[in-house]
Design a protein around this ligand. Structure first.
Ligand code: ZN
Length: 143
């Protein structure tokens, strides 16, 4: 009984001791790396490329391919690059932030406007009282 390699385990496939994916992803190794490869890249292409390369290039190059595959997906994962969907999510997030900023500034502006209007009403009320007092005292207000 052979434990399945990480690729077969991740794709829920039968695995034998002759499985070609064992060389790049031995059992219980590079599990996180493989889950990123599976998540970020087109798995059908990766699966076929690994298979093709296994038969067409020497072992050293095959291991370089697996390392570069892991490196690429680690970079994409760390940099939070998820292709078009990642760009869409980032842009939508920025647009929502900008919208919230505008709404907050609008609300702050309305608060200031309200305070100015209240102050203006108080001042015109005080002017009216003064004019009434001056009129009562018989003093002419120059126009
Ligand atoms: Zn396998």
């Amino acid at each position: 009984m052979h434990p399945p390699c990480t690729v077969c385990m991740g794709l829920d496939k039968e695995c034998s001791k002759y499985c070609v994916y064992r060389r790049g992803f031995p059992p219980n190794e590079k599990v996180i790396e493989f889950s990123r490869v599976k998540y970020l890249l087109n798995m059908d292409n990766v699966y076929m490329n690994l298979l093709k390369l296994y038969h067409s290039i020497d072992q050293g190059d095959y291991e370089i391919y697996v390392r570069s595959l892991i490196h690429e997906t680690t970079c994409r994962y760390d940099e939070n690059l998820h292709g078009a969907k990642g760009i869409y999510d980032r842009d939508v997030g920025q647009a929502r932030q900008a919208q919230k900023l505008v709404e907050d500034q609008l609300a702050a502006g309305q608060t200031v406007l309200h305070a100015i209007r209240e102050e203006g009403l108080k001042l015109s009320e005080q002017i009216h009282i003064k004019e009434t007092q001056l009129k009562a005292a018989g003093i002419q207000i120059p126009k």
